[in-house]
Design a binder for this molecule. Sequence first.
Ligand code: UDP
Length: 160
Amino acid sequence: FLPHLVASLEQVDESYIMVKPDGVQRGFVGEIISRFERKGFKLKGLKLFQCSKELAEEHYKELKAKPFFPKLVDYITSGPVVCMAWEGVGVVASARKLIGSTDPLQAEPGTIRGDLAVQTGRNIIHGSDSPENGKREIALWFNDGELVEWNPAQAPWLRE
Ligand code: UDP
């Protein structure tokens, strides 16, 4: 089977990554952006944003029935967040690995949550859990004009 055909079939995904209010308050915006930049993914959208209750509820609608849902909405709306759209082959799964487990005490050292947080209710960052949710969440948090198509100069040095 021809390797170049396999390569061309590789799916380019998008992940919605968000520094939550505790991550912003604790001064981790630069550190978090850096980890995705250094890995080699492409940034397509970036903004500081105060999220409404309605948007938080829509974003987390799959968790509506959970007992922690009201506290989760309060947490996400408690201060500014930093919204990001990242693109790349395998970015959704890779971002989940870079972020680490939902419970920061279970997250491996070296991951963002493993290095920088101690509790599920203050786990500093969100990352989409599937390519479908990546698309859904980017459309939810960004307007069309806020996403930029561009060609990073380093592209040939990241993928053959
Ligand atoms: N969360 C919480 N308590 C829980 C489980 C989740 O406060 O027992 C919060 C936490 O901020 C988590 C978010 O709800 O990041 C979404 O939960 P999910 O299970 O989707 O985890 P994630 O995908 O963020 O790792």
